[in-house]
Design a protein around this ligand. Structure first.
Ligand code: NAD
Length: 255
């Protein structure tokens, strides 16, 4: 299989896109380190992978905690022998209020997880990927890292940052065989988006219908749609792909 013998770490692997990615990477032969701030969710993803004949182990991890990130990456390398693939997926939507109404604390929380988390995890990963002779880092940006919308200000800031952090790291580590790419999902029906729907004024069904209509393809995406793209970037099928933006958005940004 495409990822036989590869060790992959996924952050925020307990739900949504991260969970679908863990399942997909395992189905392609990878050893999967499922990490999440919610240890129970990470554990149940591991159980699902094991039940399907795959290999996975879970670690509780808050990506905003630099020391913890380093410890977990070292533990994963020790457990599986090396690290080949890192999927920086953990992220939050943060507050959905106009910029002038956002507190510094609310702003920093999004940056701490969505931006600093990717930095900590990349920093912890690079020595391991170098040791493995190369590897692939896949960073979750968003359509909100490519185009604007009049909502989620700190989220937009964070995903724009992730897009260019990916390019810088792609250039810095290309000679060492480490590829770095960003993925830009349209709206995907996950607990994150369900949370936005629940806190909206119009109700969940109307919110979902409105989101469906934003995508030329006619509906929001599924976590598996993104997992397929991530598995491609993780694999040697993408051996000439670095510093690129993989847009999986049902046509959202094509207009
Ligand atoms: P989700 O909320 O459904 O799942 C995120 C997972 O990350 C959860 O299991 C949560 O426990 C975990 N998590 C949260 N904070 C964490 C932290 N500090 N450390 C470690 N884990 C943490 O989210 P999702 O919709 O699957 O999104 C995954 C990624 O994809 C995010 O980076 C998100 O910004 C991005 N994305 C999502 C969409 C979408 O429409 N769902 C669109 C574009 C980009």
């Amino acid at each position: 299989k495409r990822l036989d013998g590869k060790t992959c770490i996924v952050t925020g692997g307990g739900n949504g896109i991260g969970k679908a990615t863990c399942l997909r990477l395992a189905s392609e032969g990878a050893y999967v380190a499922v990490t999440d701030i919610d240890d129970g969710d990470a554990k149940s993803v591991c159980e699902e992978i094991t039940a399907q004949g795959g290999t996975a182990e879970s670690w509780p991890l808050d990506v905003a905690d630099a020391d913890a990130v380093h410890q977990v990456f070292d533990a994963v390398a020790k457990r599986f022998g090396q690290i080949d693939v890192v999927v920086n997926n953990a992220g939050i939507s943060g507050v959905n209020t106009p910029t002038h109404e956002i507190s510094e604390e609310e702003w920093r929380k999004v940056i701490d997880i969505n931006v600093n988390g990717v930095f900590f995890s990349t920093k912890a990963a690079i020595p391991h990927l170098k040791k493995a002779g190369g590897g692939s880092i896949v960073n979750l940006s968003s359509i909100y890292g490519l185009v604007g919308a009049p909502d989620l200000p700190p989220y937009h800031a964070s995903k724009g940052a992730v897009r260019l952090m990916s390019k810088t790291d792609a250039l810095l580590y290309a000679k060492e065989g480490i590829r770095v790419n960003s993925v830009h999902p349209g709206f995907i029906w996950t607990p994150l988006v369900e949370g936005l729907a629940k806190s909206s004024d119009e109700g969940v069904e109307a919110f979902r219908k409105a989101l469906d209509d934003l995508h030329p393809i006619g509906h929001v995406g599924a976590p598996e749609d993104i997992a397929a793209g991530i598995a491609y970037l993780a694999s040697d099928d993408a051996k000439f792909v670095t510093g690129s933006e993989l847009v999986i958005d049902g046509g959202y940004t094509a207009r």
